[in-house]
Design a protein around this ligand. Structure first.
Ligand code: KG4
Ligand code: ZN
Length: 365
């Protein structure tokens, strides 16, 4: 069957077409229009600007996706309905509803987190190509770590559609912490890819940063304290512990920080985040005796985290199969939404477009 995926939960407009059956899958097209240039001056996503950009970009993305896929006959439309920013979600949901009504196709609403998990089903493509690959058939129970700009969750998947939330962040998401620390260091937005890049030139042991909740008796995370520890370290360097930053006349909190300091701080922060994410995941995988471990979301694109996680899983969980999607499929895209839709109970009616409802706080369970 051919599924059209639509993703607009945050700041990426995504439209994809996948051809999928119980044995094989093929990504026919996977268009992502990024809004980084729009939000970068603000150091974070501005919801109203995001929805305006989705409105402008969604039709050209569809045209491109259909052209690249050579206008196949679509069987199902899948659209993200939450969690996410309501102004952004509404653009995708309304657009998908209009297409479903106009084309008389069935439509299905997909949870964005579930989409991230199902990016793993598109795993065999290193780079996105138009070739067919055997469908992923993982053994249950599966543990999924989803770490993105909006979420950090450990989810136990007992079967298709059967989820249990084991733990999640109590404050900032992991990606959000990367973005905020990058802002403190004056590195720009989004912080994850920049920190990942410059950490290669830094010493991860240069600063003794905290590993929040590392030894807590649960599977929750906390990243806000880690970010604050970076802030206080920068302040103490400036001798400004009791002064709010930024200083007068300085637009950023990184004023006069030497380049090596920035690289060392980025690497130390990254290592602290990696340590917590890996340690909690391994602990949960052991406790629930999982057969498969999956990792996805924007933070899973981090090369150092991928490398360390792969090494530790091999050592600590030799019998567990471990998968991470290719970096392009870790960050927001619509192919993952289409893949998740294949495993959902499909709507019986073609006229269910009126039933699609967005929910900013949609839960996976
Ligand atoms: O999954 P995603 O594209 O969107 C959300 O659902 O939030 O994730 C975006 C987040 C951002 O916070 C970004 O800084 C982070 O993922 N990110 C990374 C990397 N690439 C993106 N974090 C660490 N290392 C990376 N290479
Ligand atoms: Zn996401």
């Amino acid at each position: 069957m051919i599924i059209l995926g639509i993703e607009t939960s945050c700041d990426d407009t995504g439209i994809a077409l996948i051809e999928i059956n119980k044995n094989d899958c093929r990504i026919l097209s996977n268009i992502v229009s990024s809004q980084i240039k729009i939000h970068a001056p603000y150091g974070g996503i501005v919801p109203n600007l995001a929805s305006r950009a989705h409105l402008k970009n969604i039709k050209p993305c569809l045209t491109k996706a259909l052209q690249q896929a050579k206008h196949p006959k679509i069987d199902l439309i899948a659209v993200t309905i939450g969690p996410g920013l309501i102004p952004s979600l509404l653009v995708g949901a309304n657009f998908a509803n209009a297409l479903a009504y106009n084309w008389q196709k069935p439509i299905i609403g997909i949870n964005h987190i579930e989409g991230h998990i199902f990016a793993n089903w598109l795993l065999p493509v290193g780079e996105i190509s138009n070739s067919q690959f055997p469908i992923f058939k993982p053994k249950f129970p599966i543990l999924c770590l989803v770490a993105s700009g909006g979420h950090t969750q450990l989810i136990l998947m007992k079967a298709y559609g059967k989820y249990k939330l084991l733990g999640e962040t109590r404050d900032d998401a992991a990606g959000e912490a990367f973005d905020k620390v990058a802002k403190l260091l004056g590195l720009g937005y989004p912080g994850g890819p920049i920190i990942s890049q410059i950490s290669k030139n830094g010493n991860p042991m240069a600063f003794d940063l905290p590993r929040p909740m590392l030894n807590s008796n649960n599977f929750d995370f906390s990243f806000s304290g880690l970010k604050t520890a970076v802030l206080y370290e920068i302040k103490s360097r400036h001798g400004l512990l009791n002064t709010p930053l930024p200083r007068k006349g300085c637009s950023s909190q990184c004023c006069a920080l030497p380049q090596q300091y920035i690289h060392d701080m980025a690497a130390s922060f990254q290592q602290a985040a990696i340590d917590v994410l890996i340690s909690k995941t391994i602990k949960a995988a052991k406790e629930y005796k999982v057969k498969t471990l999956l990792f996805s979301g924007g933070v899973a694109a981090n090369q150092e985290l991928r490398r360390q996680m792969t090494k530790i899983v091999k050592k600590e969980l030799p019998k567990t199969k471990f998968h991470i999607p290719s970096p392009k499929l870790c960050t927001d895209n619509a192919a993952m939404i289409a893949a998740a839709a294949y495993y959902k109970k499909r709507p019986s009616s073609k006229q269910n477009w009126s039933k699609i409802r967005t929910n900013a706080n949609l839960k996976i369970i």
